[in-house]
Write a protein that binds this ligand. Structure first.
Ligand code: SAM
Length: 454
């Protein structure tokens, strides 16, 4: 693809993505479908560029705000953004990972000026000059955290300044690719060897006994390990959430918000394809996507049920009958910004409040399913207290006065049972877990577990 064609394609894709109305992934998929001239390498480059730019959105926008003359139309802004973004991606590919973002920006501007047309020289030069006179310590904080202000201020307050810096730096790095080895089909070492035979190197993940971590973007879907159900793509953090349900053979287990069943598959393997596993969700189309995955996995004890809402009357027949329930609640997904950086820009505080409402309702409804002695796990892929501790603690307190109230279930014995070390117990809430990208190398996840008295 010529440089001009690539610039045009990036500008066109950005025009749709920077509106933040739809997931960036979906916009790109549609763009690729409508532009079949783009080969697989062009697609990969375009995708890397767009996601790299989303991770540095505020830094790039800050740079463009220095431009003289300023842009006079949205199309011109997208052109400038595309040009900077493309050069940024090309420079980042050859620079060490430790390069300071300010240095990367200076380098990008210098490179862009070498490559750009005469029309683009004045505004590029004006940015370079403006930034040269402004030490990066004086650049706004937003150029470092690259998040919307409302989100940055919540995270900073929650985690404290030092951890906030580390967290936001980690969120700007692309995530590795984790897979879960399906214990029903084989051992982790066998999967690792099979992947190696297809030229794919992997390392056991630090915590999950089923995890393998691969770097880059290997084409897994054509490998026999994938097509024959030995591996499934799943972040190590997700694997750990399943693990702490401690689901066992011959039990009745419910995956309340099963979606396309990433966690259902892990729970089914823990149950060794015995007992009954219910995959529930309000989205029939997501549950539909579970079917081919079930076929590959070898599981045949899973019953999918599309609910009309979390209090669907059909749930009544399960009330008080279930051993373990996992509530993988709908959430903002802020723990997954390494993979979906656009989510930060598609979420609002009002949206968050609506999600909290759903989380409370789903948790209350799911709790009704448990039998005495049953275990309830509430989980999100969020970093926000509002969706995590606030929901878990709020529910726990609300039901505390009722007869047969659930009790917090410390997680330490579960880690011990599965020989997992390094996940420090939370001293004030030993039944809760917060996984963080900068600490654990996983996406950001939260979980809390309780047990109904026997
Ligand atoms: C975090 S996603 C689940 C991801 C899935 N567990 C996995 O591991 O792939 C949350 C799911 O909750 C579902 N959901 C949203 N509102 C719900 C409700 N009121 N009752 C049940 N499920 C709901 C969504 O359709 C979505 O699939």
């Amino acid at each position: 693809m010529s440089a001009l064609f690539l610039l045009t394609a990036t500008r066109e894709a950005l025009a749709a993505i920077w509106a933040f109305q739809q997931p960036a992934e979906a916009v790109l998929a549609q763009y690729f479908q409508e532009n079949r001239r783009l080969g697989s390498r062009d697609r990969a480059l375009l995708s890397d560029t767009v996601f790299g730019m989303l991770r540095r959105k505020r830094l790039l926008e800050f740079a463009l705000a220095q431009a003289q003359p300023p842009h006079t139309s949205t199309a011109q802004f997208h052109h400038r953004l595309a040009l900077l973004g493309l050069v940024w991606t090309a420079s980042a590919a050859s620079a060490p990972a430790s390069t300071h973002p300010a240095d990367a920006l200076h380098h990008t501007l210098a490179q862009a000026r070498q490559l750009a047309s005469a029309d683009d020289q004045p505004w590029l030069e004006s940015i370079a000059q403006a930034l040269a006179g402004l030490p990066c310590q004086q650049w706004p904080d937003s150029t470092r955290h690259n998040l919307p202000d409302w989100l940055a201020s919540r995270l900073q307050q929650q985690y404290g300044d030092a951890a906030f810096q580390e967290l936001t730096a980690a969120l700007q790095q692309p995530a590795p690719l984790d897979v879960r080895v399906n214990a029903l089909q084989g051992k982790r070492a066998v999967a690792q060897q099979q992947l190696l035979e297809h030229g794919l190197e992997s390392q056991p993940t630090p915590y999950s006994p089923w995890g393998l971590r691969l770097q880059g973007k290997p084409r897994l879907h054509q490998t026999p390990a994938f097509t024959e159900g030995l591996i499934e793509v799943q972040d190590e953090g997700s694997q750990l959430l399943c693990l702490l349900t401690d689901a066992r053979r011959n039990e009745t287990v419910v995956d309340f918000c099963a979606g396309a069943g990433g966690k259902t598959l892990a729970l089914g393997a823990m149950m060794r394809n015995t007992g009954r596993l219910y995959a529930l969700d309000i989205s029939a189309s997501r549950l539909q996507a579970l079917k081919p995955r079930l076929l590959r996995s070898g599981l045949n004890h899973v019953h999918s049920m599309a609910l009309s809402h979390e209090d669907d009357a059909r749930l009544q027949r399960l009330w008080g009958k279930v051993d373990r329930v996992l509530v993988d609640a709908p959430c903002s997904g802020m723990g997954t910004l390494r993979r979906h950086p656009d989510l930060a820009w598609r979420q609002t505080e009002a949206g968050l409040a609506a999600l909290q409402n759903t989380q409370q309702r789903v948790l209350a409804s799911a709790a009704r399913l448990l039998k005495p002695g049953g275990v309830l796990v509430y989980a999100t892929c969020s970093l926000l207290h509002a969706e995590n501790q606030a929901i878990a603690d709020g529910w726990e307190q609300a039901q505390r006065a009722q007869p047969g109230a659930f009790q917090p279930l410390p997680l330490e014995p579960i880690w011990h049972k599965h020989k997992i070390s390094g996940l420090l117990a939370n001293p004030t809430a030993p039944h809760q877990l917060q996984l963080l990208p900068h600490q654990h190398g996983t996406d950001g996840f939260f979980a809390a577990a309780w047990q109904k008295p026997a």
